[in-house]
Design a protein around this ligand. Structure first.
Ligand code: ATP
Length: 247
């Protein structure tokens, strides 16, 4: 399948000298579900920020390599234009607006793709609530009062509201009970299959991500050290020892 996203030899530095990524190449096929795996500080979040264009807000810059989306080089594009192309990034830490209601949080997303209006909103509310039923019941609640799992659903739901074509989710499982984290990954898979959108997740919980993704890359100290289908990675001894609790 043709690639939606292609990173080639991407190298990123913070503050002009602190190298976070060193020659990362990866691709996300159209309609694919890809996981970028690795431990703390490996460079996973940096990779997503480079793709969405948020890097520049953190004093980071691409030193080498390219980022192509649907064949177009987007490396120099401001982040709002990347969002308008359909690249949506759910950042680590479920960044919802705590004093705004669930509905207001969702609506805020419409600006990301430059769309507004009640017709769009009505249609997409139903789509979001189809995937995340707890949000329907809490639609008038302040986001700050939601549980951790519901806040993560809202953060993903908000990105979905903007009709993404490539959805990137950073550490969806962080701080969630295993059952809730598994549920979120099941929903992500469902969205991927039913909506045909491409998904790139960043995860420390390797076993969980590989249960749902098609393909995975393992990042260590800014470099891809392993890659393969989710099934082959799950059975790979080098990974099983380090990341999957195997002996
Ligand atoms: P985590 O799961 O902890 O977020 P990660 O794999 O996502 O880990 P990154 O956050 O991408 O890793 O960090 C990669 C490297 O870049 C680390 O050494 C980190 O200290 C450094 N780094 C990240 N953000 C910045 C920043 N804004 N300024 C300077 N260095 C940074």
């Amino acid at each position: 399948m043709a690639a939606a996203l292609e990173l080639a030899d991407l190298s990123v530095v913070y503050g002009g000298s602190n190298e976070a990524l060193d020659g990362v190449s990866l691709s996300v096929p159209q309609g694919g579900f890809v996981a970028l795996l690795g431990t703390n500080g490996a460079g996973k979040s940096t990779t997503l920020k480079a793709i969405s264009g948020l890097l520049r807000f953190e004093n980071g810059s691409v030193r080498r390599g390219s980022i192509r989306y649907m064949g177009q080089d987007i490396g120099a594009m401001p982040s709002y234009r990347r969002a308008r192309l359909g690249i949506l990034h759910v950042r680590e830490g479920r960044c919802v607006f705590p004093t705004m209601t669930v509905e207001e949080n969702l609506e805020a997303a419409l600006f990301a793709r430059g769309r507004r209006g009640p017709a769009v909103a009505r249609r997409t509310y139903d789509e979001i609530f189809h995937y995340f039923p707890p949000l329907r019941e809490r639609r008038q609640s302040s986001a700050g009062y939601l549980s951790g799992g519901e806040q993560q659903m809202l953060a993903i739901g908000r990105a979905l509201f903007a009709q993404p074509e490539l959805l990137m989710v950073d550490e969806a499982s962080l701080g969630l009970a295993p059952k809730i984290a598994a549920e979120i990954f099941t929903i992500l898979r469902q969205i991927n299959e039913e909506r045909g959108l491409s998904i790139l997740v960043v995860e420390q919980n390797v076993a969980l991500a590989l249960r749902r993704a098609d393909y995975g890359y393992v990042l260590e100290a800014g470099r891809i050290v392993e890659e393969g289908s989710a099934e082959s990675l799950t059975n790979r001894e080098s990974l099983s020892k380090r990341y999957l609790g195997g002996g």
